[in-house]
Design a protein around this ligand. Structure first.
Ligand code: MG
Length: 378
């Protein structure tokens, strides 16, 4: 689209590998804007409002959900895309779609569904995000899914096992030949990590699971705490946290832009295909910031995601997913008619996949209500 000047290494829709099913061009939108709009209008996107990021949806109204998380990722992604003259619309589309395949109950849900699917090809949420936009959204008369541009699909598929990559055709190729995706995809991936790392600090503190003392031992947090506390010694904790978080995000985003510029200067890619062949990720933190960021992630892993009050909830939701999977497996008629019909397949793997699609699409509260309906109160 005309408004933004794109760098030579950015994704340009006129050079795109296009859509799986050819369509005429949009009259007054760019093709990646059109993708973004399709994503926002999808059923899976609307359901993100009731899906967990870290806290289960009923634990409180103030925590982030996957919808607000996805918006925050898009916000960070667009800012960096603008600074680097990358394609903002494509970046936004990938960011908004990156979690569409997530199960209810966050990572606990995803890991449990993966276990249930162990004998049937497993369950990967990234692959499921692609499956949602390629197959499961039923919105168009002429094709399945949302028929997104290749570069959007390439960005949504962040990770993928080699076995699955072989079955995906062009969008799986880079996992077989160690290629990189376009810069917008690389950026969306890091914007996701920036968003959840920083915002989980906020939610964890709000929930009372992380204390200021603990957080101050984290280098990335501690450095900014000292600056803010010295300048505003009487600031109440909530505002203090926001002041620190804003500085943390600003620090890592600035580093990301600087280091990426340095790499782009060194590699001088002249097209998105040069980026794909670069042999390493070009959108990246400096080594020092990468280590700080990884340190914060390790800290959250230890002190928030595995906090004992979270572990109790984790066990409960794991049991719900297992029970639902077992119940639908023994009686597909417990699912709505369109899934029950789709699950009437002779092969167990095909049947299990339909069940996994159904469970993965559930919101936290729908999964809980279904569990109560089918299995009784837990
Ligand atoms: Mg995410």
């Amino acid at each position: 689209m005309a408004a933004q000047t794109l760098a030579a290494y950015a994704a340009d829709e006129s050079q795109s590998r296009g859509r799986r099913y050819p369509e005429s061009r949009a009259a007054y939108r760019g093709e990646y804007q059109r993708d973004r709009d399709r994503i926002i209008h999808s059923t899976a996107f609307r359901r993100l409002v009731y899906k967990t990021q870290v806290f289960v949806n009923h634990e409180g109204d103030l925590y982030r959900t996957r919808l607000t998380h996805s918006l925050e990722v898009a916000q960070i992604g667009r800012t960096v895309a603008g600074a680097l003259s990358l394609n903002e619309s494509l970046t936004e589309a990938i960011c908004l779609a990156h979690d569409l395949g997530h199960t209810p109950f966050g990572h606990a849900g995803q890991d449990t569904l993966n276990e249930c699917m162990r004998d049937y090809g497993g369950f990967e949420h990234n692959l499921q995000s692609l499956r949602v936009v390629d197959e499961l959204e039923a919105k168009y008369a002429d094709f399945p899914g949302l028929n997104l541009m290749f570069e959007t699909r390439e960005g949504i598929l962040k990770h993928c096992s080699v076995g699955n990559a072989r079955q995906l055709g062009d969008v799986g190729e880079r996992f077989l030949n160690r290629g990189q995706p376009g810069l917008e995809a690389q950026l969306a991936n890091i914007a996701d990590a920036i968003a959840y790392n920083n915002h989980d600090v906020d939610d964890g503190f709000r929930a009372g699971l992380l204390s200021l003392e603990q957080l101050c031992k984290q280098r990335l947090f501690g450095v900014h705490y000292d600056v803010v506390h010295t300048r505003y010694p009487d600031l109440e904790d909530r505002r203090l946290i926001y002041e620190i978080m804003r500085r943390m995000i600003n620090t890592v985003v600035t580093d990301l832009i600087d280091e990426t510029r340095r790499r782009l200067d060194a590699f001088r890619p002249q097209s998105i295909d040069d980026v794909r062949r670069a042999g390493e990720t070009l959108v990246a933190f400096s080594d020092e910031t990468a280590e700080l960021h990884a340190g914060l992630k390790r800290f959250l892993n230890r002190h928030l995601y595995r906090h004992e009050t979270k572990l109790a909830m984790t066990k409960e939701v794991q049991a719900m997913i297992r029970n639902l999977f077992a119940a639908y497996t023994s009686d597909v008629g417990l699912m709505p008619p369109e899934f029950a019909r789709a699950a009437e397949l002779p092969d167990a793997a095909g049947r299990a996949r339909v069940i996994a699609d159904y469970i993965a699409g559930m919101t936290d509260r729908y999964a809980m209500a279904e569990h109560e309906r089918i299995c009784g109160k837990s």
